[in-house]
Design a protein. Structure first.
Length: 102
């Protein structure tokens, strides 16, 4: 059992720390992220604070909303960082106006 836990935390961080890091890098607050994933804000806080068990059924939702692979969320694949910080908040503000101009 301990061997499996080591494999899932190969990056040196636990799941909840990686999730919080990806969420912040994608520009989501803890209030915005539930709208993208369809889970409650309370569960997002739980997953980022004390979650030791990974919610397997939510991994594809998390990965899609954060723009990363499921392996990166799990810590199995190295995080690709090209030095540019993503800020999707700006683009989320523009998209409705670009799609539905007034």
């Amino acid at each position: 059992m301990p061997k499996r836990k080591q494999e899932l935390t190969r990056e040196g961080k636990s799941f909840w720390k990686r999730l919080a890091k990806f969420r912040l890098a994608a520009g989501y607050s803890q209030r915005d992220f539930p709208a993208e994933t369809g889970i409650s804000q309370r569960m997002v806080v739980y997953y980022e604070k004390a979650c030791e068990r990974i919610p397997i059924q939510l991994l594809p939702l998390f990965a899609k909303a954060l723009g990363v692979s499921t392996d990166q969320v799990l810590g199995l694949e190295k995080i690709k960082d090209n030095g540019k910080a993503r800020d999707n908040r700006l683009w989320r503000g523009f998209l409705p106006q670009l799609i539905y101009p007034r």
